[in-house]
Ligand binder design. Structure first.
Ligand code: UFG
Length: 330
């Protein structure tokens, strides 16, 4: 099968593109490199372009005989989505509608979409099932929810087949050490903590320790990027025309900010100074997936369970590439 990965030079997209390539799929990456890295995409497979360039998209789909799309391209800074929502609605929503139009023109009827647990906002019941009300608390979450809705409408009207995969906290790096997480700016907990171990930052700031959790710090469900990639491939194989899958992707086990920092201390052997500061606005106490529907529907099982193996894989990448992809002449 021939698959086009939009955002395939970004963090989750590049890991999916590599796992697809290793699994025998014919993979193409479509990325404008605004945040992605040339070196993250499988070699010779990058089509440089923007989602708003409908003609280029149609050409990329037609000339490569694409059967299905995995759509990762999106802006994903929650805080920035609050201060600059236009940027998020434009790229994430209008950009995706442009992609869906191009797919219709090119006759490509299957899409796996990167959705997010941020579509649930402040969930009433944790672990979170897909039945939980979707009520985002920031524009980023809304942009993803709008696309879930649009895909459902396109499925009904035009026969689109789709999977909306709601990730919890994507983390870790490729098992073979080839690619990993490299955001600029970096806002995610694990890479920031590992930056302290590398001596690139003095300390890690803990955003609040007065949450309603056992140690007072926020709990998240960290899911390894290769497990996410694996679920994408399994979802792709299950998509039926005119139908949609909505699945949570997490491990079902949460780790607190303190537990993540402690795991990083154990894995790296560094002291990692930490300091508690005020809460970051918009952080729910606890986001943990009930991913039993994904397990059952896809026959999928995360291979990285528990925070330590995830941190180990991230540490291998960060140690080998302390400047991220800059170390790879990109
Ligand atoms: N945190 C700190 N210090 C830091 C960075 C993060 O204490 O320097 C805390 C956060 O407050 C949060 C936890 O670590 O409690 C994880 O934070 P991340 O920023 O790594 O991840 P988020 O849970 O905020 O965000 C992730 C995805 C988003 C998605 C969101 C859904 O990165 O794309 O989950 O809640 F929208």
């Amino acid at each position: 099968m021939k698959v086009l990965c939009t955002g395939g030079a970004g963090y989750v997209g590049s890991h999916a593109a590599w796992v697809l390539a290793r699994s025998g799929y014919d993979v193409w990456v479509f990325d404008n490199l605004s945040y992605g890295h040339r070196a993250a995409a499988p070699e010779g497979r990058l089509i440089e372009g923007d989602l708003m360039d409908g003609e280029l998209l149609v050409d990329a789909l037609k000339s490569n005989d694409i059967d299905a799309v995995m759509h990762f391209a999106a802006f994903a800074y929650v805080g920035e989505s609050v201060t600059d929502p236009a940027k998020y609605y434009q790229n994430n929503v209008v950009g995706t509608l442009s992609l869906l139009d191009a797919m219709r023109t090119a006759g490509v009827g299957k899409i796996v979409f990167s959705s997010t647990c941020a579509t649930y906002g402040l969930p009433e019941i944790v672990p979170i099932t897909e039945k939980e009300k979707q009520a985002p608390i920031n524009p980023y979450g809304y942009t993803k929810l709008v696309i879930e809705r649009a895909m459902a409408d396109y499925a009904h009207a035009y026969g689109l087949g789709f999977a909306a995969l709601r990730y919890f906290n994507a983390s870790g790096a490729a098992s073979d050490g080839s690619i990993g997480e490299d955001h600029d700016p970096e806002t995610h907990l694990i890479p920031l903590v590992l930056d302290v171990a590398l001596g690139k930052r003095k300390e890690i700031l803990i955003f609040g320790d007065d949450y309603d959790t056992p140690d007072g710090t926020c709990i998240r469900d960290y899911i390894h990027v290769e497990d996410l990639a694996d679920a994408h491939i399994k979802a792709l194989e299950k998509i039926e025309p005119g139908q949609g899958l909505h699945l949570n992707l997490g491990t079902g086990a949460g780790a607190s900010v303190q537990e993540v920092i402690q795991a990083c201390r154990e894995v790296t052997g560094h002291e990692i100074p930490a300091r508690v500061v005020d809460r970051r606005p918009g952080d729910p106490d606890m986001l943990v997936a009930d991913a039993s529907l994904a397990r059952k529907t896809l026959g999928w099982e995360p291979k990285f369970v528990g925070i330590k193996p995830i941190v180990e894989s991230a540490w291998a990448w960060h140690q080998a590439h302390p400047q991220g992809f800059d170390d790879r002449d990109n």
